[in-house]
Structure formats: C-alpha cells, structure tokens
Design a protein around this ligand. Structure first.
Ligand code: CA
Length: 227
C-alpha cells in the first residue's frame, strides 16, 4: 500500500488528513515544518506528498523545489484561500496538483488517488511488464507466455530463460550468465543444464526446433534472442 507524507503545521488538519488517508488504507507519515518535511521525504521515499504552502522553518515552495532535484514523487500542494493560484502555479515549483483550503476530504482523497494512478502508469511505461517479439509475448508479472496468441505451458526454468533472452534482444548471453540469472548464484551445477532446458524450450517455441530462428546458438559463446 502507498505511503503518504503529510507536511502541515496546523495540528487539527494534519491529524484529520492522516486519519482519513489511513481509513482509505494508506500508510501515513507526518511532518510539522518544512525542514522536517524535506528530511523525511528524502529518508522515507514516500509514494506521494501532501505539502502545505505556508510552513515554519522552510516554506512549501522551497521544499517542493528541493525535493524535485532528485525525485519525481507526486506532490499535492495545499494553499490558503486568497493566495493567487496563478502566482503559485507560475512559479514552476514542480508540484503536480494544487488544492485550495478549505477543501472537502472527498476532493482531496480523489486527487490523491488520481495522482497515484498517474504515477503508477508512468512507472509501468518505464518498466514494461510485457515483452513482445517474433510472435512471442511474455507477461513477467503474470508469468505467462504466448506464441501466436496460443498460451505456452512453460516450466519455471523455461520461462526464466525466455524472459532473460527477450529482455536482452540481439545480445548473446553466456550459459554461465543464464545459469546465474535463472537458477541463481547459489546453484551448483554446470552450464550443460542450460542446454538441456533450452532444448525443451525450443520444442515449445520454435517451428522447427532443430533449426531454431527465435533463439539461436552462438557457438562457443551462448544464446541470443534474434531481434
Ligand atoms: Ca500552514
């Protein structure tokens, strides 16, 4: 579950925010001033930050700017009514969203959810969990694989070999490297093990296993997924 850092000097609002977020299943961490907020953000690496604008010691805009130097964590800025929002948004602080006080808890929770969802889809785009190539498709999270839309029934090792090779399309991977990545560094065995499992894998993914075109053998080196 996501962890949310609340940086707010007003006790009652801070507690109310924490209670409401926890009721929704989030974990919360709180900070009462800007400096503690900044230190906590760096130390705890929360998934989202709710940051008040007017804070003792270090104001919200400065905190936001400093966090942005090394983090893309979603930041929702809270500001008091009467502040000119154009001025705040025009300052290029790097905040993702703004909520004007006083606000309803329902509105804030909706903003939190929307910002976390947006961040999750950005993260998914950065680290794809599905790889497709040469009529093959693997879903690394679901641990499933398909050839021309027909699901393949692969063993753990066959799946591991296929994923390692597909993640490194066009690159020759040695038997020792595959052994370490798929079987683990503690595995006591020899690289012939890789060849045996590769033969089984090829029977499932190659049209002609004796003349493989998807995963080829590079003599004396290892295996390569052809791009
Ligand atoms: Ca304040």
């Amino acid at each position: 579950m996501a962890t949310i850092l609340i940086v707010e000097d007003e006790d009652s609002l801070r507690e109310q925010l924490a209670q409401n977020l926890e009721a929704e299943g989030y974990e919360t961490i709180t900070a009462e001033d800007g400096q503690v907020g900044l230190d906590t953000a760096r130390a705890e690496q929360p998934d989202l930050i709710i940051l008040d604008l007017m804070l003792p010691r270090l104001d919200g805009l400065s905190v936001c700017r400093m966090i942005r130097r090394d983090s893309q964590v979603p930041i929702i800025m809270l500001s008091a009514r009467g502040m000119e929002m154009d001025k705040i948004t025009g300052l290029e602080t790097g905040a993702d969203d703004y909520v004007v006080k006083p606000f309803g808890m329902g509105e804030l929770l909706a903003r939190v959810k929307a910002n976390l969802r947006r961040e999750a889809s950005k993260a998914a785009a950065r680290n794809p969990t599905v790889i497709e190539s040469k009529e093959l498709k693997v879903d690394m999270i679901a641990r499933r694989a398909w050839l021309r839309d027909a699901e393949l029934h692969l063993t753990q090792k066959e799946f591991g070999l296929l994923v390692e090779l597909m993640r490194n399309k066009g690159v020759v991977l040695s038997r020792d490297l595959l052994l370490a990545q798929v079987w683990g560094h503690d595995y006591v065995g020899n690289s012939h093990t890789v060849d045996v499992h590769m033969r089984w894998l090829r029977e499932k993914i190659e049209d002609n296993p004796s003349k493989p075109t998807r995963i080829t053998t590079v003599r004396g080196v290892g295996y390569r997924f052809e791009d």
